[in-house]
Design a protein around this ligand. Structure first.
Ligand code: SAM
Length: 235
């Protein structure tokens, strides 16, 4: 008798399809259109650069993943104009204790007033190693990492201190020879148990634009269930 073998590609296809078709997708789209993009456009006007930000599709998917995984503690590398930061914040809102985010080039981002200001800890003009060191020194643990900057060997050692057996990683720019591919390579070299769900760019029909987000998660986080959908609509 053979066992049932599921490849990473099979799991990825199922995951992105389910995530996109959840009943929460409309809420994600609404918040991206009415809160996240308008705020980042105002912030973007004050930036002296054309460094790329994330697409609308990426923002919605980040929102949905943050809502789905319910992380309490998030660390992000690469704030720039903060679209991904706010997508994480709004998606994770019901579960979030804090979101730490850094950018080594800029110090001009600001969170919108209110709850976001107290929950988001911005490390402006700070490299990821310095932010990770600060969090590790405080004994913090991180449930979800979003990597939209380039990570080094030193980062990997610090991530090891900060992660839990269930930490998940969202990596942007997983495409061609972009930084996301290098980041995924380094993460998988270091943490052998992570499985990779590659972007579903072929399934983007009906969405506004494309994304190149990859998701890495430990095999220990995968459960076979009798539920018919991702348990996201219930939250
Ligand atoms: C593509 S932009 C990020 C876009 C941003 N996530 C958004 O949604 O607007 C990448 C940013 O990461 C920053 N960066 C790259 N590597 C970094 C690192 N190791 N530590 C801190 N910042 C980094 C760069 O300065 C740049 O502003």
């Amino acid at each position: 008798m053979n066992e049932l073998y599921l490849s990473e590609a099979m799991v990825a296809r199922a995951f992105w399809t389910e995530l996109r078709s959840t009943t929460r997708a409309n809420e994600a789209a609404r918040e991206v259109d009415t809160i996240i993009f308008p705020h980042s456009e105002v912030v973007g006007k004050s930036f002296p650069t054309q460094t790329g930000s994330i697409s609308r599709d990426s923002a919605e998917l980040i929102w949905l993943m943050a809502r789905y995984f319910q992380p309490k503690r998030i660390a992000e590398v690469g704030t720039f104009i903060g679209r991904s930061t706010l997508s994480l914040y709004h998606g994770a809102k019901p579960s979030l204790e804090f979101l730490a985010t850094c950018d080594y080039s800029y110090d001009t981002w600001h969170a919108p007033a209110g709850d976001a200001k107290s929950k988001i800890r911005y490390f402006g003009k700070t490299a990821s190693q310095a932010m990770f060191q600060a969090l590790a020194a405080e004994g913090k643990k991180i449930d979800l990492f979003l990597l939209d900057g380039r990570i080094s060997g030193e980062d990997l050692g610090l991530i090891e201190k900060l992660m839990t057996p269930n930490s998940v990683f969202i990596v942007d720019d997983f495409e061609g020879v972009e930084k996301g591919v290098a980041n995924v390579f380094h993460l998988r070299e270091k943490f052998k148990d992570l499985i990779l769900l590659t972007p579903d760019s072929e399934l983007k029909n009906g969405w506004n634009d494309s994304h190149c987000l990859a998701l890495l998660l430990p095999t220990a986080n995968i459960r076979v269930t009798r539920q018919q959908r991702l348990p996201l609509g219930l939250m």
